[in-house]
Design a protein around this ligand. Structure first.
Ligand code: ZN
Length: 258
């Protein structure tokens, strides 16, 4: 059967961590691992430098049956695959969920919160780079996993400024966290999106699309499909652990207090 793109319900209300939906397809993979495709999902797939949400899926009509969601990936034009196993506390061998089966999704709140804080930390860092006189560095990519998050920028900081800038960035980030600032996200028409982002959008965004634009306060926005804190204050505290500049690129590593 042709699979249609999964509706990303976490865009509607990022604070919603549980919701009902229905199964479109259930694939049995090698061993005990399964893949479930749903009509809509609250699970953020791995992507944009952000790890996947985890959690579980309860199946209506099967009391106590839990499908443990271990990994979530978006592929084939937006079809979201929920990979995992049935909890091993009952005989689940041979279970086959049919199209239309009602289920209830439960996202692991702790992991979502950490992912959102780490990812939002990347946006915060981008703003701080502007505020400490490093706006000539262009953000290239972010890695927002807990094991050493960083943002990589095109361009380099002179080596004699690395330590000063590391300190300035950290002071600026914590000052912004202390003040607090709302984070907003909206799916808008291309022209409006371009305006929100200071008049230019990256070339990979189709002019026919309605991009999702994320903004921290009144700072220029950027296209982003990640999950975010509601307010920059929710990041807690921010430490710039290292700046590495080489071969025309600068990586700024950071951590958050847990
Ligand atoms: Zn984002």
């Amino acid at each position: 059967m042709a699979l249609r793109a999964t509706r990303l319900a976490f865009f509607d209300d990022p604070s919603m961590l549980d919701a009902p939906t229905t199964v479109l397809c259930h694939l049995e993979e090698e061993g005990a691992r399964h893949a479930i495709i749903l009509d809509s999902t609250l699970f953020h797939p791995q992507g944009g430098g952000q790890p996947a949400d985890t959690g579980f899926i309860a199946v209506s009509g099967y009391p106590g049956l839990k499908f443990i969601v271990e990994d979530v990936r978006s592929k084939n034009n937006g079809v979201v695959y929920h990979y995992g196993v049935f909890e091993d506390n009952q005989n689940t061998h041979g279970i086959q969920l049919k199209e239309g089966q009602e289920v209830h999704l439960y996202v692991n709140a702790q992991r979502r919160n950490l992912n959102s804080r780490l990812h939002s930390g990347g946006h915060l860092l981008d703003i701080c780079m502007q505020n400490v006189g490093l706006s000539y560095l262009e953000p290239e990519k972010g890695y927002h996993f807990p094991d050493g998050p960083f943002v990589e920028y095109k361009g380099t900081i002179p080596s004699d400024q690395l330590l000063t800038k590391q300190k300035e960035l950290e002071i600026e980030a914590n000052a912004l966290i202390a003040t607090g600032c709302k984070v907003s996200a909206a799916v808008v028409p291309y022209d409006e999106a371009s305006e929100l982002c200071g008049g230019i959008l990256p070339g990979y965004i189709s002019k026919d699309s309605n991009p999702r634009i994320v903004r921290v306060g009144s700072n220029p926005g950027c296209p982003c499909g990640g999950t975010h804190v509601a307010d920059i204050a929710d990041i807690g505290s921010f430490k710039v652990t290292k700046i590495r500049a080489k071969k025309g690129f600068t990586k700024v590593f950071y951590t958050l207090d847990s």
